[in-house]
Design a protein around this ligand. Structure first.
Ligand code: DHB
Ligand code: FE
Length: 286
């Protein structure tokens, strides 16, 4: 049986990817940010999964106003880094897991979540920046990845509650896959985040800290937060944080098991216009 052993949460600011690709991680501006991920990288080398279900949002790269899937699971064998206007990031292709992906699609759709199934997709910074932050610059990524896209870019967006319930359905799907795979689920995006308009650059440290506190200790309560609270308190793109609730919903305690262990927690301002938040939760008996 496959098992979810940990969840990872991280912002995916594109400028972080550029800093890595251009060899600027030790510059004064960036050093404190990358220092906050050193422990995470060590932890990941000691806890390398077989597969990561990477919950991210496409930023009008693979999708557009032509087609807006609320939830989409990608089942291809390989994904290329997308060209977002400056050429594709110089990172390895991403190996998928078509069998587990197809199984999750079957199980989750039969649990009444209507996923779109994507058989071909280039993946943008929402997916590649978290990989780079957690893995550095390897010649190939050390695990397979199932890209799981959530629409948080174009309204209407799914509620936090729906995302949290989706995570629970993903957990049941993984646990019914008949292969002994070590699976992690990552939630990306956020935190305080307002990219345009008069409030551009808005940072609400207190709100972000409380969000992480509640994500750890009261995820069900947190999942009931209406989307307008994210937008008002932490900026229009803070709504990306509902994707963290997908990952949190997949942890054992939500299904009646033991609470996870907090392996690492980190917060840093600024990166580009936004606050960077990061958390690793590991199952107590992985
Ligand atoms: C920025 C952050 C994002 O998450 C994103 O998708 C685009 C831009 C930023 O802070 O610049
Ligand atoms: Fe984003």
């Amino acid at each position: 049986m496959a098992r979810i052993t940990a969840s990872v949460y991280t912002s995916h600011v594109p400028a972080i990817g550029a800093a890595i690709d251009q060899g600027r991680t030790q510059e004064e501006y960036w050093r404190p940010l990358f220092a906050g991920y050193q422990r995470s990288r060590r932890w990941l080398t000691e806890h390398t999964p077989d597969v990561v279900i990477l919950v991210f949002n496409d930023h009008a790269t693979a999708f557009s106003l032509d087609l807006i899937p609320t939830f989409a699971i990608a089942t291809a064998a390989e994904f290329q880094p997308a060209d977002e206007g400056w050429g594709p990031r110089p990172v390895p292709p991403i190996a998928g897991h078509p069998e587990l992906g197809a199984h999750i699609a079957q199980s989750v759709i039969q649990s009444d979540f209507d996923l779109a199934v994507v058989n071909k997709m280039d993946v943008d910074h929402g997916l590649t920046v978290p990989l780079s932050l957690m893995c550095g610059q390897p010649a190939r990524w050390p695990f397979r990845v199932i890209p799981f896209a959530v629409n948080v870019v174009h309204y209407p967006v799914p509620s936090g509650r729906r995302c949290f319930e989706l995570g629970q359905a993903i957990r049941r799907a993984v646990e019914s896959f008949d292969e002994p795979l070590n699976v992690q689920i990552w939630g990306t995006g956020g935190m305080s985040h307002q990219l345009q308009g008069p409030r551009a650059g808005l940072i609400n440290k207190e709100w972000d800290a409380r969000f992480i506190d509640r994500l750890i200790a009261d995820p069900a309560g947190l999942s009931r937060l209406p989307h307008i609270d994210y937008v008002r308190e932490a900026g229009s793109e803070a709504i990306e944080l509902v994707m963290w609730l997908v990952a949190r919903g997949a942890m054992a305690d939500v299904a009646g098991g033991s609470p996870p262990t907090v392996v690492h927690r980190f917060y840093h301002v600024p990166a580009s216009n936004t606050a960077v938040g990061h958390l690793i939760l590991q199952e107590s008996s992985p």
